[in-house]
Structure formats: C-alpha cells, structure tokens
Ligand binder design. Structure first.
Ligand code: CO
Length: 171
C-alpha cells in the first residue's frame, strides 16, 4: 500500500489542527514528509497526504536542480493580491491527473513557524506562491480538483475512472 493517501480517501477532506508544540514527533514527521516527497518526485506534500492532521507542509521546487527545502508549520495566508495566470496543477494524492487551475492568487504573504519555533514570513508571487496555496488547501481539506469548472469536473470524473481501472489492472 502506498504511503500517500489517494483521492477519494476521506482524510484528505479533514481540517488539520495547529501544531501547539514543535517536539521530536513534529521534527521526525517533517523529516519523514520530505523523504516521501523526494521519493515520489513531488514538489510539495502536506501532512494530510500521509494521514496526519497536523498543519505541516514541505515544499521543494529544486531551483537550479538543487534541493532547497521549505518547511511550513501552521502556515496562514495573511495577505494576497491578483490572479496567477492559468496553469496546470497535479497532486501526489490525485496521481496521473493534471488540469488547468485559474483562480490562484498571484502574490501572497504567508506567516508560519519554522522547526526552531521561529515565526517567519514569506512573500512570493512566483510559482512558489501557487504551490504554497495548493498545500495550504490540503490543510483545509481541499484539493486542486475542487477549483475546476463544472465541465472540467466532468472530464476529471471520466478520466479518474479510467486511471483507477488502469491502476487496478496494473497490480
Ligand atoms: Co497536493
């Protein structure tokens, strides 16, 4: 069985809880999450995706092909502006499916804690902004497919059935 929870697993619809204390359990979880993200060649992973309801996110866009890990504890978007251009999103919890998302914010300001319990702020308007929004959505029980238009959702349903069938046959 995969370590990653896959749609329509109900855990992906739950709301994560704030981390109250950054103890060994949290630090080990963050390490485990980045391990899994790298192993699956993902660029981001929220704790929900491994069935854990703490507000934890790891991201690595590997600029210049080098690892540059970002760990977000209790991330909150405190300001946002504009709309990011249409772009394709995918998700390790919706494997094999990619679709156009139109309604992400262009610029965001995010408050979070790092693993040393320091409060930090990121301001970004690049692709990183979209990835952070995607991951914070996970912590609120949302997936990128929720952002699709009704027509796109119909296509998704059809395609997803096909993908599931292929996965079952592939076993
Ligand atoms: Co995702």
């Amino acid at each position: 069985m995969s370590e990653i929870r896959v749609y329509p697993d109900s855990v992906l619809r739950k709301k994560a809880k704030d981390v109250e204390k950054i103890d060994d359990r949290i630090v080990q979880l963050l390490d485990k999450m980045s391990d899994i993200m790298y192993r699956y060649n993902g660029i981001g992973l929220a704790a929900e995706q491994i069935g854990i309801l703490d507000k934890l996110v790891v991201i690595d866009l590997r600029p210049d092909g080098k690892n540059q890990l970002i760990e977000l504890i209790n991330p909150v978007i405190i300001a946002s502006e504009g709309t990011y251009e249409e772009h394709e999103e995918g998700c390790l919890s919706v494997p094999g499916y990619y679709d156009t998302v139109k309604n992400r914010k262009k610029w965001i300001k995010v408050k979070y804690l790092d693993r040393n319990e320091e409060e930090r702020i990121i301001e970004t308007e690049d692709f990183l902004s979209v990835v952070i929004q995607h991951e914070i959505d996970h912590l609120n029980g949302r997936l990128f497919i929720d952002h699709l238009s009704p027509t796109q959702k119909l296509v998704f349903k059809k395609e997803w059935k096909k993908l599931q069938k292929e996965r079952e046959e592939g076993k």
